[in-house]
Ligand binder design. Structure first.
Ligand SMILES: [Zn+2]
Length: 285
C-alpha cells in the first residue's frame, strides 16, 4: 500500500491550532494522509514516553511513522569520533523508530570532504560494512530498513547509482530516492515520466523489484545552482521542479508501493495531499 505524508509539522498544522507532534496523526487523518516523518536532523530529542504516545496515536489513525537520522552521520570520515557517532546516531534513531512502530530509517550516508570520490567511497564501504556487522550482532532491529538517501549536492555521496550499489550490501538496506535532490544534481533534467522510470529501472536492475517496490521517497521542488541543492521550495514553484505528476504516473506504471514524504518548505502537509489526490485520480481513470 502506498502512503503519503509530510516531513515534520507544517504551517497548516499550527494554523489549525495544533501544537505538538503527538497531535500529528489526528491531523493527518483529517487531511486524508497516512505517513509522517519524524526528524532528528537538528539533534532533536524524543523521550520514550512521548514516543509511546505518538505511536499509539499513529496506530489509532493508521499513520505510519518513519524517522530521519541526524545530519552529522558521515561514513566517509575515518576518525574514531565520527565512527562512534555514526553508530550512536543511527542506533538512537532506530531505537525511537521501533517504539514509534515504523520501519524506515532515513539518513545521509556521507560527504566527500577533502577526499577524492574514490577514497570517500572506499572509506564509506569499509566503515558502513563494519557498522552493519555490528548492527546484525545486536540483532534488535532486524525488522527495520535503513534507507540511505540520494543527495542534492555534488560534494555529498548519494547519486542514485551510488545509493543503489550501497543498498546491495545488505538485506536491511533500501533506498530513499529524493527526487528533488536528484533533479538538482541533474540540473533540472528530471522532467518526463520516462526520466523517472529510467531511475527506478536502474534500481530494479541493481537491487531487485521487491526492494524497489517498498522504497522510501522524498518529493519536493528544490532550487539548485552549480554546486547542486540550494533551498527547498513549495509546489507553487514553476521554475525548478521536478513536477509530481510524471513521478506519480511512473510509480503506477511500474507497480511500486513506496512511502512518499513531502519535504516542501512549510507546505509539506498540503503538498503531500496534492500528491495523494493526483495519485487517486490516476488510479480511477
Ligand atoms: Zn534527508
Amino acid at each position: 500500500m502506498i502512503r503519503f505524508g509530510p516531513s515534520g509539522n507544517c504551517d497548516a498544522f499550527y494554523a489549525a491550532g495544533y501544537k505538538e507532534s503527538i497531535q500529528m496523526p489526528e491531523w493527518l487523518n483529517k487531511m486524508g494522509l497516512n505517513a509522517y516523518e519524524y526528524s532528528f536532523t537538528l539533534g532533536r530529542y524524543l523521550s520514550d514516553s512521548t514516543a509511546r504516545i505518538l505511536a499509539q496515536e499513529a496506530q489509532k489513525y493508521n499513520v505510519k511513522i518513519s524517522v530521519h537520522g541526524p545530519y552529522y552521520i558521515n561514513f566517509c570520515n575515518d576518525s574514531d569520533v565520527s565512527i562512534e557517532n555514526n553508530t550512536k546516531f543511527i542506533l538512537n534513531s532506530v531505537r525511537s523508530l521501533k517504539i514509534l512502530g515504523g520501519d524506515h530509517c532515513v539518513f545521509h550516508i556521507g560527504a566527500q570532504m577533502k577526499l577524492s570520490r574514490q577514497e570517500a567511497l572506499s572509506n564509506l564501504e569499509k566503515n558502513f560494512k563494519d557498522f552493519l556487522e555490528y548492527y546484525h550482532e545486536l540483532g534488535d532491529y532486524e525488522d527495520i530498513y535503513l534507507c540511505p538517501e540520494t543527495m542534492g549536492k555534488y560534494s555529498q555521496i548519494g547519486t542514485p547509482s551510488e545509493i543503489f550499489r550501497i543498498c546491495n550490501w545488505d538485506k536491511n538496506l533500501i533506498p530513499t530516492l529524493d527526487f528533488g535532490h536528484i533533479n538538482c544534481i541533474m540540473q533540472g533534467a528530471l522532467k518526463n515520466k520516462t526520466d523517472f522510470i529510467r531511475i527506478f529501472e536502474e534500481g530494479i536492475e541493481t537491487i531487485g523489484f521487491e526492494k524497489m517496490k517498498k522504497c522510501h521517497i522524498h518529493f519536493s521542488k528544490i532550487k539548485y545552482g552549480p554546486k547542486g541543492e540550494i533551498a527547498h521550495l513549495t509546489f507553487d514553484d514553476n521554475q525548478y521542479g521536478p513536477n509530481y505528476e510524471p513521478f506519480l504516473e511512473s510509480i503506477i506504471d511500474l507497480g511500486l508501493e513506496p512511502t512518499v514524504i513531502s519535504e516542501s518548505k512549510g507546505t509539506q502537509g498540503p503538498d503531500a495531499k496534492v500528491m495523494s489526490e493526483y495519485y487517486k485520480s490516476c488510479l480511477s481513470k
